[in-house]
Design a protein around this ligand. Structure first.
Ligand code: SF4
Ligand code: SF4
Length: 438
């Protein structure tokens, strides 16, 4: 095992993984009604190819990609389309969704897998990944086929599987590595072949011993490296720097540093798509937090409302302050438990009333702790000021677009400043202005 160095900055938040770490993945079953959003990726909404009243099979295409940064969505169950309309979405906005009434029969569409998909050529692998609607399942939703299609001038040296899972609550990736190591390894080989990468590396945090042992038994010549267990060691840029020693240029993309990074859940989805012919219609989600009567890692069909999960696990056993999706430091609080699980939903965290008191920010005391922990070498206190005062040109000049939105600055701030909120705001404004002027 090669231990690689760390990156600048970062934090070591208290781990809250104990209640779900090592819990075997259980199937949660499917609700009577599923809500499949047409926006589960970074591009525009997918375009429906079914209509209200249509009967659909499990795995059938419901909507085609709307552009290169979009991805098709498939039916997680067999049943009937009962509505295509705006529904609650984890972004907080209402997003057009296809509502399926589950017939309970689990009748699959015809599946075309391949017994040894590594024999397929890179172009075919890429096309199957695209057709299966696979996107980055670590949370970012970048279409995987697009990520693997680097320009010819930047064929990557490294294909890195990110198994670090640095969020203090999530354990779903670790469990996927422990229970499906052969799928993770197969998916890594397939993606590396499609991208033309010369070397595959699987990166883990140095406290993931069980996952390491499971992968080691399957990895063959694939190298497994470990990084110090620090947040955010799963950040794409931080991981590339730690593994390859090369920095992604400011404003640039990972392939410019000769590397592509993908998450372990995505690797497993690629294996299922190519070997078994199954599109991305379910995923493993960590369900955790004191109010849940039962917590653990669960296989959940895409489109399952949070309310169904809560009821299936015996409800809440204490007053809930907030429910957060996708990480304690960067996750978004949900206002509606009808919000469904998506391809990018890694974990659902319920905080009890007393745990979720909104801090009262005080003026910045110029301690520079936020600067010391910023893995992107930024000045979070300055960026917050620029965002707060809508000074977007200065925010750009000070590197707002390089912020990876890890939340380490806000976590460490003794004045409890809402740093991430205003930095995100500045980033969104800069990106929106660039789109208008292009
Ligand atoms: S400025 Fe961005 S990258 Fe830096 S610590 Fe804050 S959230 Fe993370
Ligand atoms: S950590 Fe908070 S108080 Fe300290 S400099 Fe940064 S914003 Fe100011």
């Amino acid at each position: 095992m090669r231990r690689v160095g760390s990156f600048f900055g970062g934090i070591v938040p208290k781990s809250a993984k104990a209640s779900t770490a090592g819990t075997p993945i259980e199937h949660l079953g499917a609700p009577e009604t599923l809500v499949v959003p047409l926006l589960q990726h970074s591009g525009v909404e997918a375009k429906p190819v079914v209509a209200k009243g249509d009967e659909v099979l499990k795995g059938q295409v419901l909507a085609e990609a709307g552009d290169a940064m979009s991805a098709p969505v498939h039916s997680p169950v067999s049943g009937k389309v009962v509505a295509i309309e705006p529904r609650a979405h984890q972004s907080g906005h209402s997003i057009t969704s296809i509502v399926i009434e589950n017939d309970g029969n689990e009748t699959w569409v015809e599946r075309k897998g391949h017994p040894d998909p590594v024999q397929l050529d890179g172009k075919t692998i890429l096309e199957r990944i695209r057709e299966a609607g696979i996107v980055g399942m670590g949370g970012e939703g970048y279409p995987t086929a697009e990520k693997l299609s680097s320009p010819k001038s930047h064929t990557p040296d490294y294909f890195i599987i990110n198994g670090c899972e640095c969020d203090p609550y999530s354990t779903s990736d670790a469990q996927v590595m422990m229970e499906y190591p052969e799928d993770v390894v197969l998916g890594a080989k397939l993606m590396a072949k499609a991208a033309g990468a010369r070397k595959i590396v699987i990166a883990l945090s140095d406290n993931q011993r069980e996952a390491y042992a499971a992968l080691k038994a399957q990895a063959g010549s694939i190298e497994i490296v470990t990084l110090p267990a620090k947040y955010p060691n799963g950040g794409e840029r931080q991981l590339i720097q730690a593994v390859t020693g090369k920095e992604v240029p400011s404003g640039g993309l990972p392939h410019q540093a000769g590397a592509i990074v993908s998450n372990v859940a995505t690797a497993r989805a690629v294996a299922l798509a190519l070997r078994d012919g199954e599109p991305l219609i379910s995923r493993v989600v960590t369900i955790t937090g004191k109010p849940f009567a039962q917590s653990g890692n669960f296989m959940v069909p895409i489109g399952t409302p949070l309310e169904y999960i809560v009821q299936a696990l015996g409800g809440f056993n204490q007053e809930v302050g907030k429910v957060v999706l996708n990480g304690a430091l960067i996750g978004a609080a949900q206002f509606d438990l009808q919000t469904p699980v998506m391809k990018t939903t890694t974990c659902v965290i319920a905080f009890a009333q007393g745990e979720s008191v909104t801090p009262n920010p005080s003026p910045c005391i110029r301690c520079a702790r936020c600067v010391d922990v910023c893995p992107a070498n930024l000045l979070p206190l300055k960026l917050e000021t620029f965002g707060l005062n809508e000074r977007f040109d200065e925010a750009r000049e000070f590197g707002a677009l390089d912020c990876i939105e890890c939340g380490a600055c806000e976590f460490i701030c003794p004045a409890k400043r809402p740093l991430l909120q205003y930095i995100r705001f500045a980033k969104m404004e800069i990106i929106a202005r660039d789109k208008i002027s292009s």
